[in-house]
Write a protein that binds this ligand. Sequence first.
Ligand code: ADP
Length: 158
Amino acid sequence: MNIAIYPGSFDPFTNGHLDILNRARSVFDEVVVLVAVNSAKHTLFSTEERVEILREALKGMDNVRVDSYEGLTVEYARKAGAKHVIRGLRAVTDFEYEFQLASANRFVDPGVDMVFFMANTDFSFISSSVVKELWKNGMDVSSLVPSSVVEAFKKKAQ
Ligand code: ADP
């Protein structure tokens, strides 16, 4: 079985992430959406909240699993028997970071390769940070994120 890992902060998951996931799952037998736990990074949503939001948003997708992991993605991939790690590229500004990450991943395990999908131009301006900024300023973000994220934002506001 050809398994791929799609790791990210997903704070929160957006329609841009969803687009990459949908394209990845048409290529691989199974995709694990992995919430990367980085204790040094301040997030709006806790790991548990991000996992719960994802499970709700992705329920019914039979070749998709959601998990979280504190540690190297490549290590998780190896344990899960996955040979590919998915990432999305929006603009050249993403390239430098992703290139460095890919090189670091290859250093950890040359047997795990990165696979990049180009952002759909309709979603290329969407990032978790932009969505959070718009939401904080009272904008309706329901066309940018799955409905489970809208619900989670509502809960946060209470
Ligand atoms: P990280 O903190 O690991 O970069 P993110 O949740 O910000 O995690 O993003 C995860 C992956 O999804 C990254 O490869 C990022 O470039 C990609 N991505 C984020 N937003 C979009 C988008 N709108 N279109 C395509 N790819 C995206």
